[in-house]
Design a protein around this ligand. Structure first.
Ligand code: 9MR
Length: 454
């Protein structure tokens, strides 16, 4: 039996078998959920994501993939979308390894950060020896081709990576790209915007965490200048590779806040902190709290899953040990994310849904009930949460209406129909509540739900 119910309230809507039999709808307010049990679910409570770098050659490792699928809702290709990987010969593009990561992420309902379109490092051999106009054009062609290929699949691109010098100068790093002219960065951003107008475009760098450092100030002035002249930039990525020589600065929150005040999102893009035990855990907590305290800090990505996956594995800088066990740092991150729930909404504007309609189905006695609860809302997207009762072996379909698109999920590993509008969710070991983010495209209606015993 299918029951269609017009909502009269903005609170959660439940259709129960009893209500269906009686031909009536029951409206029940569902309290906010308790502490979330995964990093992604915990981050989603305040509208943020929690991501990781992924290496394509580890997608056959079941421990690795198990943690990836369970804990993270954003993915960055660790190396596979860099210039040397995607354009090994000039004008011959190679996307197979990048595609493996993008496809895995999207099949799992995760979003993708693209990394990186233009960089002085990891250039293909043919580019390293180029200069002048030829190099400028080759770089722009690369940006255009790669961003066009992945158009519609990338949440945010690191358009330009690491273009500022270390040390006290506060100026640009010397590189073959810099020698093509100081405007190479804005040229790259304009090319990326033209190729994929819907991707957020980020400048990404390291050692830009301490507000008083010259490099931080140099990047800040560039972003300020770009915003004042209308150069298309949407976000700034802070890599956040920390160790004892480069500790988490006490003014980190100030740095993130000051950049956000320029009118860009800020993201922590490559977080890792060398160390162990409670000291490492405390530093991770500080980084997470700094992000949560800034409304436009939209998400955090760690640079790998297990310590053994790290580019500097001897420093054990990640959240899982080499066997895939959760470290103290994991727990402190999870707790910090959970404690933010409801207290640190992002800035983007709140708009109320209009006259939502939802459908629930309860096929037979002893069947199941799917309850929809609204989550946070932003100008471009909103969160929803479904709680299932009646069985632990449920199959829930969530149907969105065009142009809506589900862009992230948590606590379920869904499958999709060919249209992409119908998501089939099943339990994945995280209980009977799962959630998702809907990019609404102007359509604020609630999704339709059906529930059956699997
Ligand atoms: O983690 C990446 C490692 O596997 C590569 O060998 C290395 C090559 O440059 O790049 C590492 O990732 C870097 C990222 O792309 C940019 N910021 C610094 C990261 C760590 O070196």
């Amino acid at each position: 039996m299918t029951l269609t119910v017009k909502s009269v309230s903005r609170v959660a809507l439940v259709s129960t078998l009893v209500a269906a039999a009686a031909g009536a709808a029951v409206l029940v307010a569902t309290p906010a959920s308790g502490a979330a049990s995964t990093l992604a679910a915990a981050a989603q409570q305040s509208g943020r994501y929690f991501g990781t770098a992924v290496a394509a050659n580890k997608l056959g490792d079941s421990t690795y993939v198990g943690i990836l699928n369970r804990e993270f809702d954003m993915v960055t290709a660790e190396n596979e979308m860099k210039m040397d990987a995607t354009e090994p010969n000039q004008n011959q593009f190679s996307f197979s390894n990048g595609d493996r990561i993008v496809n895995h992420a999207r099949n799992q309902g995760k979003r993708v950060r693209g990394h990186a379109l233009a960089w002085h490092s990891q250039q293909p051999g043919w580019m390293q020896n180029m200069s002048g106009t030829a190099l400028r054009n080759a770089m722009l062609n690369h940006v255009t081709q790669v961003a066009t290929y992945y158009k519609g699949k990338i949440y945010a691109w690191d358009v330009v990576n690491e273009a500022y010098a270390d040390g006290s100068s506060g100026g640009r790093r010397d590189s073959n790209l810099q020698r093509t002219g100081n405007d190479w960065i804005e040229a790259a951003f304009r090319a990326a915007r033209a190729a994929d107008p819907n991707a957020k475009l980020c400048y990404n760098d390291y050692n830009t965490d301490n507000w008083s450092h010259a490099k931080t100030q140099g990047v800040y002035r560039m972003v300020q200048d770009f915003k004042s002249r209308g150069v298309p930039i949407d976000c700034v990525g802070f890599q956040a590779h920390f160790n004892s020589g480069n500790p988490v600065p006490s003014n980190y929150h100030t740095t993130l806040q000051n950049f956000a005040a320029l009118g860009v999102d800020v993201q922590i893009t490559e977080l890792d902190i060398e160390g162990s035990g409670s000291s490492q855990a405390q530093q991770y907590q500080g980084v997470v709290q700094a992000c949560l305290a800034v409304a436009r800090c939209t998400g955090i990505t760690v640079w790998g899953i297990r310590d053994s996956d790290s580019w500097r594995s001897s420093g054990t800088p990640l959240l899982f040990d080499g066997s895939g066990n959760k470290k103290a740092a994991y727990t402190s991150v999870l707790n910090a994310l959970n404690s933010a729930s409801g207290t640190n909404p992002t800035t983007t504007s709140q708009t109320s849904p209009t006259g939502p309609t939802t459908t629930s189905s309860n096929p037979d006695p002893g069947g199941c009930t799917a309850t929809y609860a609204e989550g946070q809302k932003w100008s471009d997207r909103f969160n929803g949460q479904v709680t299932v009762s009646g069985t632990n072996n449920w199959v829930v379909t969530v149907t969105v209406s065009s142009p809506q698109r589900i862009i992230a999920t948590w606590n379920t590993s869904p499958t999709w129909d060919s249209s992409g509008n119908v998501m089939t969710a099943r339990p994945n070991g995280n209980g009977n509540t799962f959630g998702f983010t809907i990019q609404h495209g102007g359509n604020w209606s609630w999704p339709s739900l059906t529930c059956r015993v699997g």
